[in-house]
Design a protein around this ligand. Structure first.
Ligand code: AMP
Length: 465
């Protein structure tokens, strides 16, 4: 038996993101859609639709036309969602910009994406973005969140032109480290993202009764797809507990908002479970959630099920290039199955494991996990060579992850072909650090070492030797 599996059939939609959002907003008009405690914002679907409309009009008023690219460079906030859905409504392509970027990476992404406008917050506890932007040099027109330029943009809004959008148009560009050091812009369409959200919502059994606590970053596919796209597919409410991950704020939000679902990478759960104030919070509202990004130790999953009352916690696997989710554990799977595998193939998706020679390997044998289906990216932005290296002529995306397939169709991620480490859920390509250190005069050798840090199980730091 070969390591090949095809997921079940599923009714994929040809609707665009604004169509799905509009349907949900009308259907659940007066139910809660978005809660952002750190901004004291609480909106129903009706109210969220108004904010999205204002944002779409404001962006159009800036002179942006359908197909133009708009960067969003901010930690988690309500405006991130207005911009995500507002860009879609105005036919604009959202470009996610990582808040961790410094001048060199920002300059690269600004130039490479050709964005026509950038929306950012001037500064927060993490960074002074205004200063980094100045260092980056040539910049497109900017709008500052929470400042006069944002208010002016909203006040000067104009009617959005009638759109003739296809579900196969690019909706979003998400930058990923790729395997060679420079960030690559992954082109994702409405069809990719809307359907991935729909399949995730289906797998988690989301309904309008659910309340999803999402402390993961919005700039990453975990936040903007497993978060936003899954809630617009289902009518569940989205709760953004803090600008960046904060275990205390996350637990407070679960408690106060009676969250039914919780997201995170394993280190985020460990930070909550080991927090000295953990026992102060009521987690009994939790039912499900998503853990992804790295393997989960069984002790952690056992505690999530027992102490966080999250009996239907799921494990998902994928990567930005496939929208992102391609395997998922079922909410009914045993805990043992949920920690020892990353689930089985998602609907409308094919997966095979291949040897270095490209042959499909027998069940149980390790090889590279490849995938094909509706979720595969349109390609890397303006980089046909990199696209051709990642997606072969038969449409198989080579993930760079090593995996095995079990006879029951469940997959285990066993390693990585990529020269990458995952730090608190965020990927770091060693070549990127190397290219950074190499620019420092008389730079010493660079090596990696792990060291324990407060609030996280472990962090990797590039060290000098
Ligand atoms: P990204 O494109 O930033 O979402 O990173 C995707 C990468 O994270 C994958 O290629 C894997 O190496 C890793 N990854 C994602 N989910 C899991 C998981 N459940 N278990 C192990 N590794 C994972």
């Amino acid at each position: 038996m070969e390591s090949y599996a095809r997921g079940p059939e599923f009714a994929l939609t040809a609707k665009t993101a604004p169509q799905v959002f509009s349907d949900t907003a009308q259907r659940f008009a007066t139910r809660e859609a978005l809660v952002v405690p750190h901004q004291k914002i609480r909106l129903t679907w009706n109210q969220l639709a108004e904010e999205v409309e204002k944002t779409a009009r404001g962006l159009t008023g800036l002179g942006l036309v359908p197909g133009d690219r708009v960067g969003v460079w901010a930690t988690n906030c309500a405006e991130w969602i207005y911009l995500q859905l507002g860009c879609a409504q105005a036919g604009l392509v959202l470009v996610n910009v990582n808040p961790a970027y410094r001048a060199q990476e920002l300059a690269y992404v600004l130039k490479r994406s050709g964005m026509k406008a950038l929306v950012l917050r001037a500064f927060d506890s993490r960074s002074n973005y205004r200063r980094i932007l100045e260092e980056a040099g040539s910049v497109p027109p900017v709008v500052y969140l929470g400042e006069e330029s944002w208010d002016k943009m909203i006040a000067n809004g104009v009617d959005v032109p009638a759109l003739d959008a296809s579900c196969h148009d690019v909706l979003n560009i998400q930058y990923t480290s790729g395997t060679t050091g420079s960030p690559k812009g992954v082109l994702l369409t409405h069809h990719n993202l809307v359907n991935n959200g729909k399949i995730i919502a289906h797998g988690l059994r989301y309904s309008e009764q659910d309340r999803v606590c999402s402390p993961v970053p919005m700039y990453h596919c975990f936040g903007c797809v497993i978060g936003t796209m899954a809630v617009i597919a289902s009518g569940a409410a989205l709760i953004l507990p803090a600008p960046g991950f904060d275990p205390l704020a996350t637990m407070q939000a679960i408690h106060d908002e009676r969250a039914t679902s919780i997201y995170g990478v394993p280190t985020m759960f460990i930070a909550q479970l080991t927090h000295p104030e953990f026992s102060r919070f009521d987690f009994t509202s939790l039912r499900t959630g998503v853990m992804a990004g790295a393997p989960c130790p069984i002790e952690v999953m056992n505690r999530i099920v027992k102490d966080m009352h999250c009996s239907q916690m799921t494990i998902m696997y994928g990567q930005t290039e496939c929208s992102p989710i391609i395997t998922m554990a079922s909410v009914d799977d045993s805990v043992e199955l949920r920690v020892s595998t990353v689930g089985c193939t998602c609907p409308e998706t094919e997966i095979k494991i291949v040897s270095t020679e490209g042959a499909v390997v027998p069940i149980g044998e390790q090889g590279e996990l490849c995938t094909r289906g509706y979720a595969n990216m349109k390609g890397y932005d303006q980089d046909p060579d990199a696209t051709a290296r990642a997606v072969d002529k038969d449409g198989w995306l080579h993930t760079g992850d090593l995996a095995t397939m079990r006879p029951d169709g469940y997959f285990r991620i066993t390693g990585r072909l990529k020269d990458m480490i995952i730090r608190g859920g965020e990927n770091s390509i060693r070549a990127r650090w190397r290219s950074f250190f190499i620019r420092i005069p008389r730079s010493p050798m660079c090596r990696w070492s792990g060291c324990p840090m407060r609030g996280s199980a472990r962090r990797w730091l590039p060290g000098l030797s």
